[in-house]
Ligand binder design. Sequence first.
Ligand SMILES: [Zn+2]
Length: 264
Amino acid sequence: MPEGDTLHRTAHTLNRVLAKQRLVRVQSSVPAIAHAELAGHLVEEVTALGKNLLIRFDDGRVLHTHLKMRGSWHVYRPGERFQRPEHQARVVLDVGDALAVCFAAPTVRLLAAHSANSDEYLNGLGPDLIPDEFDEHKAVTGLLALGQLSIGEAVMTQTALSGIGNIYKSETLFLCQINPLSLVTALSVDQAQGIVRKARALLRLNTHTMSNRRTTTTGKSDSPYWVYKRSGKACRVCGHVLRMQRQGALHRSTYFCPTCQSSP
Ligand SMILES: [Zn+2]
């Protein structure tokens, strides 16, 4: 699953290409979108909400995509060869001098103008950690409400807070010295607040660099992480061996240091 910073960068790129442009052609493997007569409409703006991309049109309709593990948006010049197989293209938005193509996204749907602001799924997402405007209290409360989940699962629960994927989960909890296997009920309010603030700081740092190189440590490009994908290697702080454990229904990998991350 892409991290929130990647999605915000994608939204920024798509917005630069599509905003205020008129759609000359729209193709989709989703019949409801193929027949929606979007051609001729203007794109208003492209935004990210957690890991969701929202493309708003001038009549109030919204194209919602969620990329999960395999989905991606690409931008092409007219006639340029796609970098992924054409049959994986779920939506093609052609604005004349550029094409935005969404490949392999599991969620691709068009929201009607009257329901775009009251969509149950989008309204059920917790606060996005990246934008300037951020409701920290709501995010901390949402996290603490997931009492019986392990902390590693809870920080990736998008109904509580939006934007953390596997990398930021492992790195944030290491930097906060929090054991990902502990239950949320064991967290103090201060610890929960610390997690939210650290994750937000890391995500924003890597969003604003506008590069695909992501770092949570000292900026060394050959080893940008504290624990992510470093199981079996020595902890950069204490020297003990780092571990990886799969967590939750989706068996997502969590990397951590059993020595540094002994609380709560
Ligand atoms: Zn350690």
